[in-house]
Design a protein around this ligand. Structure first.
Ligand SMILES: Nc1ncnc2c1ncn2[C@@H]1O[C@H](COP(=O)(O)OP(=O)(O)O)[C@@H](O)[C@H]1O
Ligand SMILES: [Mg+2]
Length: 276
């Protein structure tokens, strides 16, 4: 077996008396798309932030291609729930400024690359708009273009559609799906179980800062034996309009339907609102 692309070993994060992440072991191969699921407060964001070096770890280690990544070294790109665009800059300038600051590219070089990246997320026509003149879905696509412009080796998505109206999530999920198809290694935190089922090859369930389940996505959803995972999936289904009663995940035809027939590109996913 080749050395994993991403390795988190006995990763711990503690703040005061709070154990936020508890001995996380996670190995991800190049090209894998891992869906991170779990209740609000289970440590999903913290795990991504620790992997990206944005939150300090208090134990263990993180290696990407054998090296400890540092913020700004370009190894890892992260896309947040809040798009974090500069409000006074146009879409193109948002991408360009990042390239000029981080990659030290010339003005013309950065502008050309920014336009290529905006084209990739199908937003070249809005290159001159400021964030306030774009929908939430379009703003998130600009943020994704800005992240991809840095040519990261690994991309982390932290609930990229959680602050979007349901009708705007599809365009963002399609961009992420397209990125997965290119072989990009990604960790995706999402409450869109249909999306996780369709794009992630592997699902990891976090609870109270620990990984309780880690396996092939369909297996994790279909054969969920772990009681907390079953409860989590049942609660998820309860929020979906067409599931009146919470039922054990494995007995629930609605969830099986999502897993067996995940929504395809451009198709509506679910109408759930995220819990956090
Ligand atoms: N800087 C911090 N100081 C203290 N507690 C924190 C800090 N950051 C996160 N937490 C706590 O750690 C837990 C995990 O948070 P988070 O990673 O945001 O979970 P999730 O993304 O799964 O909702 C929560 O209980 C949260 O309140
Ligand atoms: Mg979070």
């Amino acid at each position: 077996m080749t050395a994993p692309f991403l390795l988190a070993e006995k990763l711990e994060r503690r703040v005061g008396d709070t154990q936020i992440l508890d001995r996380i072991d996670l190995a991800v191969q190049k090209g894998e798309v891992v869906g991170l699921i779990g209740p609000s407060g289970s440590g999903k964001s913290s795990l991504l932030r620790c992997i990206a070096g944005l939150d300090p770890i208090t134990g263990g280690r993180v290696l990407v291609e054998g090296r400890t990544p540092t913020p700004g070294d370009g190894t890892i790109g992260m896309v947040f729930q809040q798009f974090n665009l500069w409000p006074h800059l146009t879409a193109q300038e948002n991408v360009t400024l990042a390239l000029r600051l981080v990659r030290k590219q010339s003005r013309s070089e950065a502008a050309e690359r920014a336009r290529t990246m905006l084209d990739r997320v199908d937003l070249l026509k809005f290159a001159d708009r400021r964030p306030a003149q774009l929908s939430g879905g379009q703003q998130q696509r600009v943020a994704i273009a800005r992240t991809l412009a840095m040519e990261p080796r690994l991309v982390l998505f932290d609930e990229p559609t959680a602050s979007l109206d349901p009708e705007l999530t599809t365009e963002v999920l399609d961009v992420i799906r397209g990125l997965a198809d290119t072989g990009m290694t990604m960790l995706v935190v999402s409450h869109e179980m249909g999306f996780v089922a369709s794009v992630a090859t592997r699902a990891v369930f976090l609870d109270h800062g620990r990984i309780l389940v880690d396996g092939p996505t369909k297996q994790v959803f279909r054969d969920a034996q772990e009681p907390r995972l079953r409860r989590f999936l049942a609660t998820y289904l309860q929020r979906v309009a067409w599931a009146p009663e919470p039922e054990p995940a494995t007995d629930n035809p609605a969830l099986l339907e999502i897993i067996e027939n995940p929504p395809g590109e451009g198709m509506p996913l679910t109408s759930t609102k995220p819990g956090a």
